[in-house]
Design a protein around this ligand. Structure first.
Ligand SMILES: [Zn+2]
Length: 331
């Protein structure tokens, strides 16, 4: 390893700074320079905004760029650091994981200085940017094969105070859905690292494989709402319009709420996100394609619930998730 990860500018400098987070070269990849924006207006909340963790989720980098456009006029105090693209190798390849080492950056935290390139990115972010922040917004989207309403997402946190604080922050985005998602595959997540340091971490998500103008407008408005709630920006937070409605609900989905495909085939959705379903209602149909004599299979709601995510008509393997159900929760 030639050198340690470093920043090309002083994060403590007042006002706007633009520079790079340098991730050292390794045997698998040359040195990477990740563009970083910093706006330091002294005392106040310290926020880190990241996008492009997964390379096929491009709304985050776009919203991060928009944020850098209006923040210099709008920010009244505190510090905001924006890193629009955490994983440039994955973004360039439009791939969830890093093509070079096959790793998922959001399972590679806190990273390793001597590891492969994904681990080196995680290490650089963990060591150089995370200590500067009390709150982290990580801008994702749910990937190309799911429909999900614009949502701020957190996972259950053992520390009840931090859990409540995190849910309040997530609700401040005023997205159509705040989702508390029980999820067991959490080892190496950026979320977990930040929360283990007692800090607030909110992940923004939305569904669909295409980057659409309406979704970006909602996404940007949500981030602005959250910055207002933090006190970094003045203004009035407003519910963005989603499917003709200006509303929000806080929902919980457990790992047992995931409906899985019984066989391999093409999934046909028969309901939409945020639909309320009763026991026995049709969620979707699985069409096996290996034989014309194999019957299509109805997938029905096991109980009264709200559909929070549904496969957007993908080919799925047996036992792969096709829908996530949820119910209102108060935290
Ligand atoms: Zn993601």
């Amino acid at each position: 390893m030639s050198e340690a990860p470093h920043l090309t500018f002083d994060l403590d400098a007042a006002g706007v700074s633009r520079g790079h987070l340098v991730v050292p070269a390794g045997a698998d990849c040359e040195e990477l320079s990740l563009p970083v924006f910093s706006l330091n207006k002294g005392k106040g909340p310290r926020l880190l905004v990241t996008g492009g963790c997964h390379g096929n989720e491009l709304e985050g980098p776009i919203v991060a760029r928009r944020l850098m456009g209006w923040l210099p006029e709008a920010q009244t105090c505190g510090r905001v650091i924006v890193l629009p693209v955490l994983n440039p190798l994955a973004v360039q390849a439009w791939s969830r994981n890093t093509p070079v080492d096959g790793l998922n950056l959001n399972r590679s935290f806190p990273g390793r200085a001597e590891g492969s390139v994904t681990e080196r990115i995680a290490d650089a972010v963990s060591r150089l940017l995370l200590p500067m922040a009390d709150t982290v917004f990580d801008l994702h989207s749910f990937g190309p094969t799911w429909d999900l309403p614009p949502a701020s997402v957190t996972h259950p946190i053992a520390d009840a105070d931090l859990m409540a604080k995190t849910v309040r922050m997530a609700e401040a985005f005023k997205f159509p859905m705040t989702l508390v998602w029980e999820y067991h595959d959490t080892l190496g997540m950026f979320d977990t690292l930040v929360q283990n340091q007692g800090k607030v971490f909110v992940c923004a998500e939305l569904g669909g494989g295409t980057v659409g103008s309406e979704a970006l407008t909602i996404y940007e408005a949500g981030v602005r709402n959250a910055l207002i709630a933090l006190g970094l920006v003045e203004g009035k937070a407003e519910y963005p319009t989603f499917r003709h409605q200006k509303s929000s609900q806080t929902l919980e989905t457990l790992s047992s709420d995931e409906l899985k495909s019984p066989v391999q085939g093409i999934f046909e959705p028969r309901c939409s996100v945020l639909d309320e379903v009763k026991q026995g209602d049709l969620i979707g149909i699985l069409h096996p394609m290996y034989s014309l004599s194999a019957e299509s299979i109805d997938i029905r709601a096991p109980n009264t619930s709200i559909v929070c995510a549904i496969r957007s008509g993908a080919h799925v393997d047996a036992d792969q998730g096709v829908a996530l159900l949820s119910r209102p929760v108060n935290i």
